[in-house]
Ligand binder design. Sequence first.
Ligand code: HEC
Length: 129
Amino acid sequence: MKKYYVAIALFAFIGACSSNSTENKDAKATAPAAANDLSANPDYQKGLELVAKSDCLTCHKVSEKLTGPAYRDVAAKYANTDENVTLLAGKVLKGGSGVWGAIPMTPHAALSEADAKQMVKYILLLRNK
Ligand code: HEC
């Protein structure tokens, strides 16, 4: 399965290189696709790192409901605004309940608010992914 993805990534990469070098006019047309590539977004990278270091992934997955809602579902529910980042970071820090079902989320009092916000920014970038 992994090999398959690597092969696709490789072909996409080769394709991107050859089209860019032969036709510069295409550069503008491919820009939105590049902006859509989350791995280049520092908010995505930093947030993902923090989420992976914390206990989040014991209860959350990106695309499947576990104990907590799938991060994609969270991203679909909340627009990526400063208000929502602050609101959801507060729930990560203090715990949350009653939005997705009967199971509450445990508080994460040891996290800094900045780290909690960074994690939420990563989650909200998963909208439509
Ligand atoms: C013990 C399991 C558990 C852990 C660990 C956990 N969560 Fe959750 N999370 C939940 C549950 C359950 C909900 C749904 C709560 C509700 O219905 O309001 C939730 C909801 C959320 C929401 C949406 C809140 C809302 O009100 O819509 C976000 C964002 C979130 N979690 C982020 C995180 C992050 C970031 C971490 C790691 C720091 C984390 N969670 C760790 C169980 C967990």
